[in-house]
Design a protein around this ligand. Structure first.
Ligand code: SER
Length: 368
């Protein structure tokens, strides 16, 4: 199935089940404690503790996300810096049973079969998620694995906040969908008084799910890497680089560059601007043709709804290209100067040694 069709089907599926469609928020979050938007729940965080503020008890979105944590993995089969996350959310509305049923039903409706699922095994802080385990069992899923906090417990983002066990769905060995049940509120351990973190039950438990569009498309189109899907083929064709890893990095970075610029980030030496600068300079160093690559994205129907401004993207890209060339030129000049100084220093050393030798030998010379 084409990626555009999968997007549409996802939205329709949840809209039909009473979810309000909410557009993606910016890659720059309104939460100053986070640099960039990393998940669909970012814009909804406050609704888990204040459900009455939510535009509807259930919402659905396709969120633009950026994760710097995966930057070194980019170039393999499935990691990206920029990606789109499909998500359905409930703030005090439906909970585990519906969320799990919806996920299974949606995947089946697009012709996909679940390999296995994982549920939270429990530890000394919060118990085994037996309810999710039983729901999967009742739906006929045979392979249900238990996993620990590291994989199957989400949040809170920061030291305090809503959090809870997760259940993850795997297809063709790839983690496709993460379903979070925000049922606790974590209070941090305090320097004085309370010595351990406490997990209090939230008054109204919530659901936060996230499924990477690119991975969903990969399994749906039966490809081994996300770069072979219709989301990446035009970019991969345009990137003339021969090294396979570099080619994937260029394709990933150019999408990230596009969306960061489009959300108002400009290259600089700090915060989001620095992230953008790093991505741009890497692409430039690889010798990629920025103009043509940006044009591929601007012309791609997959991103039509984001109303990307091609002229602006090219302007910012070219400007950085010039700045980088200038910085490189200055850097090279500096290097040449240092080299020259080194040579001078060497000369000086030889000269000094020679004169010491001369003066030593003159001492030994018989006076005439
Ligand atoms: N917040 C979870 C994640 O990002 C589910 O959306 O994986």
């Amino acid at each position: 199935m084409k990626s555009q069709e999968l997007r549409q089907k996802f939205m329709e599926f949840f809209e039909k089940r009473g979810h309000k469609i909410v557009p993606s928020s910016s890659l720059i979050p309104d939460d100053p404690s986070v640099l960039l938007t990393t998940a669909g729940m970012q814009q909804f965080k406050k609704y888990y503790t204040e459900p009455s503020l939510a535009p509807s008890p259930s919402v659905v979105s396709i969120q633009k996300c950026f994760r710097t944590s995966d930057i070194d993995e980019v170039g393999d089969e499935s990691h990206l810096t920029f990606f789109e996350m499909l998500g359905n959310f409930s703030f005090g509305g439906y909970f585990k049973e519906e969320a799990i049923k919806y996920a299974k039903e949606f995947l089946e409706s697009v012709g996909l079969k679940i390999d296995y699922v994982t549920v939270f095994a429990g530890d000394e802080e919060t118990p085994f998620d037996e309810e999710s385990y039983k729901i999967w069992q009742s739906l006929g899923v045979k392979d249900i694995r238990k996993a620990g906090r590291e994989d199957n417990f989400w949040g809170p983002t920061g030291a305090e906040g809503p959090c809870g066990p997760t259940t993850e769905i795997y297809i063709n060995g790839v983690e496709i969908w993460n379903i979070v049940f925000n049922e606790y509120y974590k209070k941090p351990h305090l320097p004085t008084g309370r010595q351990v973190a406490t997990f209090e039950k939230l008054k109204t438990p919530g659901v936060d799910t996230g499924m990477g569009l690119e991975r969903l498309v990969m399994v749906s189109q039966n490809k081994k890497t996300i770069f072979e899907t219709d989301l990446f083929v035009p970019l991969m064709r345009q990137a003339t680089e021969e090294d396979a890893r570099k080619k994937r990095i260029i394709a990933d970075h150019i999408r990230a560059i596009t969306f960061l610029i489009s959300d108002g980030v400009r290259p600089s030496n700090k915060e989001q601007g620095y992230v953008l600068r790093r991505l741009m300079r890497r692409v430039i160093t690889y010798g990629a043709d920025g103009y043509e690559l940006l044009k591929v994205i601007a012309d791609d129907k997959n991103y039509e709804h984001y109303k990307l401004d091609f002229e602006k993207m090219v302007y910012v890209y070219n400007d950085e290209n010039k700045n980088f060339a200038k910085a490189l030129h200055l850097g090279l000049k500096e290097l040449e100067k240092l080299e020259a100084e080194k040579i001078d220093a060497k000369k000086l050393l030889i000269y000094t040694k020679a004169s010491v030798c001369r003066s030593k030998s003159s001492k030994t010379k018989p006076k005439i």
